[in-house]
Design a protein around this ligand. Structure first.
Ligand SMILES: Cc1cc2nc3c(=O)[nH]c(=O)nc-3n(C[C@H](O)[C@H](O)[C@H](O)COP(=O)(O)O)c2cc1C
Length: 338
């Protein structure tokens, strides 16, 4: 029997597959099924900065009924009804999830700017969260907002959440940063214990008949894994915080590649929406078969084996890869033409 155990944020995980933040975990029954299928931990869906600000403003409004500024300030925020759960329902669900299963439960906060709303991290901790995943989804749409300002804002946000709680904090990052290794190193300095690579961006689609721009959500495929493998392999060994991969993890091969790149664990969302929660068990069985066939005793022993610091030729990770890829393509085309 292969030892699948891993460690993430100082938590002992029984295996490498964690359920990523998704509405599937809004049902306690599903969380139990996730544990039974072999999930090593569950990240709950997010509470959003906008929602927390809205709820605290609503509370202020209750306390000082009649202030005009309240109604005006709500204009730019989604309506309260757009969010699936309130803070209280969230905390209650978190407590029940902790009672229902033995695997770690991570709470998720989702926001972009520092502010009083991060105090909610403390309530998540008090409700029993084993760790906080902070999703820092931000879009720079203002031409005056420089990358330096954005990064400083992100670091301040992460630092303020880390100062709020004793449980470990991981940061779910977007892929679009100019200097990823430097940023992740600075996240470590302000207190983050892990990074989850990467957020998926949900670009809206354009309906040219209705002349409307609409939100669109499609599930991932394994092809989305490649940039995550690339950055995990580059970061592994350069930084001390743990790496999780989220985005494009569907098969045993995807999980094995991720661990070999240097990740401590992988997360699944789309695969479970497409194939069902029991998919976790099938992927673990396929991994077991592969590891036995290649005579590994532990999964941990494979970690980082294909990272940038482990492979003899680092050019696939650097500019050399770019040149080789383009050159080999034109060569094939030329041969085909003759
Ligand atoms: C329906 C749905 C809802 C999601 N909700 C959240 C959320 O509330 N917070 C969050 O951080 N990520 C959320 N995600 C993103 C996933 O956690 C995950 O990072 C992303 O889907 C990439 O993983 P995948 O390729 O396994 O789907 C959601 C994804 C899906 C499909």
């Amino acid at each position: 029997m292969i030892d699948f155990s891993t460690k993430y944020l100082g938590l002992d995980l029984k295996g490498p597959i964690v359920v990523s933040s998704t509405p599937l975990s809004e049902s306690l029954d599903n969380i139990r099924r996730m544990e039974d299928a072999g999930a090593a931990a569950v990240v709950l869906t997010s509470l959003f900065e906008e929602q927390l600000i809205l709820e605290s403003k609503a509370l202020d409004e209750d306390l000082a009924r009649g202030t005009e500024s309240f109604a005006e300030s709500l204009d730019f925020l989604p309506k309260q009804a757009d969010y699936r759960v309130t803070q209280d329902v969230y905390l209650e669900h978190l407590r029940k999830a902790k009672d229902a299963v033995r695997i770690p439960i991570l709470a998720s906060l989702n926001g972009a700017t520092p502010g009083g709303w991060v105090r909610f991290a403390k309530e998540m901790e008090q409700a029993g969260a084993d760790a906080i995943e902070l999703n820092t989804y931000a879009l720079a749409t203002d031409k005056n907002q420089t990358s330096v300002v954005l990064e400083v804002q992100l670091l301040e946000l992460v630092e303020s959440v880390c100062q709020e709680v004793k449980v470990p904090v991981s940061v779910k990052l977007s892929q679009s940063f100019t200097s990823m290794a430097s940023l992740v190193s600075r996240l470590e300095q302000v207190g983050a214990r892990g990074v989850a690579l990467f957020n998926r961006f949900y670009q809206p689609d354009f309906d040219i008949e209705a002349l409307e721009v609409r939100p669109s959500l499609h599930f991932s495929t394994s092809s989305e894994l490649l940039p995550r493998l690339h950055w995990a392999a580059i970061l592994y060994g350069q930084v001390d915080l743990d790496i999780a991969i989220t985005g494009g993890v569907h098969t045993a091969e995807d999980v094995l590649k991720s661990i070999m790149a240097g990740a401590s664990m992988t997360m699944m969302a789309s695969a479970l929406h497409i194939h069902g929660i029991d998919h976790i068990g099938r992927v673990l069985a396929d991994m077991q078969y592969w590891l036995e066939r290649h005579e590994y005793d532990t999964l941990w022993g494979t970690r980082g084996g294909l990272s940038r610091r482990s492979v003899p030729d680092v050019s696939p990770f650097d500019r050399g890869n770019y040149i080789k890829t383009l050159s080999s393509y034109s060569l094939r085309q030329t041969v085909a033409a003759f």
